[in-house]
Design a protein around this ligand. Structure first.
Ligand code: BG6
Length: 525
């Protein structure tokens, strides 16, 4: 059994939200194998999150991590590299005792992804861990590689006898196997379906954890709590009271050295198909019968199924794409997208997009959902703004009195996470002057602590076998069904005249037309 020292002094005592994670069910012992462990995702996100989980959360002492990648490292080199990465990410939160406890759990297998001998060595390592630490045959295979390797790795796991399909009756005897994959889950509907078929040939859906890190954000999870743990909002959460909804994912950063990746992605694939549709589904879904992985995901899929299909004429009017040229962001000069390494000098990949969607169901028919996202915008903001109908009669329409603005409920995901309600108030004085004011809730002040990182939450859920916050196959495919006609339409059009917005501006002017045509305006952020 485990010879691993118990974790370092925990910080839960000073962070009440971490206490929340501590109180959750302890996951069973297991080993996590990370393919592509030498890559950026592991350094920036996975290892720091795993470190936090190990030192702050009651993970079993036997929990182990095996890195699998091409670089000819040994265990020691792997540990040193990971220490550098974790320290860079968490700074002085990493202490000697914590690191020693964590480092003992790390081992490394060096292999090409298509070399069967590497998978035999992996098998031996996993058997050793089962015997020496008691990980009980429970394995998580985390694919942090470019997606082109997914089928190769899955087939090799299968050939090595490591990809056991879940059979409920023998799960307890021989341990379980789970597969975690990172987006992009395909690049259009047919490729997503092909990838899912490939995975389904080896694993059951109950074993597949598709990560969308937005679902790990506290504030995204709070959308469910806000809607379904409060009695006052749900009765007005529909077409009778809501005029429209705006969802914004604005980023001030550009593509940050990811030129080659982004040339294959673009804003529609990188943000809209996954993160924005996840937010949209949570905002628009019906109340589930219970909060569990099946009910929540069933309701989310139904929202996507109810979105009116976008076809040629509608795409021409309701979808706008853009690409940033040189400009200034936050007082610093920003290169244009086409001047970035790895980007074609005549690239027509979109770094901005805005669209109008309709959800044709009883709750939302007639309520437009306006979505916009972009890189190199003036500020980083992710928010959902729900604008309510105007008052039916203007009772205060005297001289010099402007009609009251409609009420807006804003759910800010990041930064400054919180919720605001905008409503009309009388300006003090003898005259009847009306002005809109905000009622604000800030996470930071209300709870005085930040929650766990997105990946911590999701990794812990995967260890515990809870798929609620992971994308299900039908969800992913339905999202691709909505965006694939847009990709096909763009492919048929003449090359767009790009760049069409300056870095540091709010996107191309054409995006305004989508919403102003309906007599509405994008919110000023
Ligand atoms: C990633 C995208 O999925 O999400 C990036 O690939 C984007 O392009 C990032 O910058 C945004 O995530 P967050 O958590 O910073 O909003």
């Amino acid at each position: 059994m485990s010879g691993i020292a118990t974790a370092a002094p925990n910080r839960a005592a000073i962070n009440p939200l971490r206490e929340g994670l501590r109180l959750e069910q302890t996951p069973p012992p297991c080993t996590m194998v990370i393919f592509g462990v030498t890559g950026d995702l592991t350094h920036r996100k996975l290892m720091p999150s795993l470190y936090e989980l190990v030192v702050d959360t009651p993970l079993p002492a036997s929990f182990s991590i095996v890195g699998f990648a091409r670089r000819p490292w040994d265990d020691e080199k792997f540990r040193t590299e990971m220490q550098t990465a974790v320290t860079a990410a968490l700074k002085d939160q990493v202490d000697t005792a914590g690191w020693q406890s964590f480092a003992q759990r790390l081992s490394y297998v060096s292999s090409n992804f298509d070399d069967p001998a590497g998978y035999q060595r992996l098998k031996e390592e996993l058997d050793r861990l089962d015997q020496e630490r008691g990980t009980g045959g429970n394995r998580i295979f985390y694919l942090a590689t470019p997606p082109s390797y997914y089928p190769i790795i899955i087939n090799n796991l299968k050939a090595a006898g490591l990809a056991k399909r879940a059979i409920p009756t023998d799960a307890d005897q021989h341990g379980w196997t789970r597969l975690v994959i990172e987006k992009p889950f395909g690049h259009d509907f047919p490729s997503a379906q092909a990838l899912n078929n490939e995975i389904a040939g080896t694993f059951s859906e109950s074993q597949v954890y598709r990560i969308d890190h937005y679902l790990g954000k506290e504030t995204v999870q709070n959308l469910l709590v806000f809607r379904f743990a409060n009695g006052i909002f749900e009765p007005i959460w529909n077409r009778q009271y809501i005029d429209h909804v705006q969802i914004t994912v604005a980023e001030s950063i550009g593509i940050e050295g990811r030129g080659e990746f982004y040339e294959e992605a673009g804003a529609l694939r990188d943000i809209v198909q996954n993160h924005m549709f996840q937010i949209l589904s949570l905002i628009a879904m019906e109340p589930p019968g219970v909060i569990d992985e099946r009910s929540v995901r069933d309701e989310k899929v139904q929202v996507l199924q109810a979105i009116s299909p976008l076809r040629g004429a509608t795409i021409a009017t309701d979808v706008v794409r853009g690409q940033y040229g040189p400009g200034w962001v936050g007082g610093a000069v920003a290169h244009g997208y086409r001047q970035t390494n790895g980007v074609a000098p005549d690239s027509s990949v979109e770094t901005y997009m805005a669209m109008k969607l309709r959800i044709d169901n009883w709750r939302w028919a007639g309520v437009p959902f306006y979505l916009r996202t972009g890189k190199c915008l003036p500020q980083r903001t992710t928010e959902i703004a729900v604008q309510f109908n105007r008052v039916p009669a203007l009772l205060f329409a005297g001289s010099g009195t402007m009609p009251p603005e409609p009420n807006v409920l804003t759910l800010r995901i990041q930064p400054d996470a919180g919720i605001s309600l905008r409503f009309a108030a009388k300006v003090p004085g003898a005259e009847m002057q009306i002005r809109s004011v905000n009622m604000d809730f800030f996470y930071g002040t209300a709870f005085s602590a930040t929650g766990p990182d997105d990946y911590e939450r999701l990794l812990l859920d995967c260890m515990r076998g809870d798929q609620t916050l992971f994308a299900r196959r039908d969800e992913v495919e339905q999202a691709w069904t909505i965006v694939t006609p847009i990709l096909e339409y763009w492919a048929r059009q003449p090359r767009p005249i790009f760049p069409n917005y300056e870095a540091g501006s709010w996107g191309p002017p054409e995006a305004d037309a989508i919403i102003e045509r309906d007599g509405r305006r994008w919110r000023r952020l």
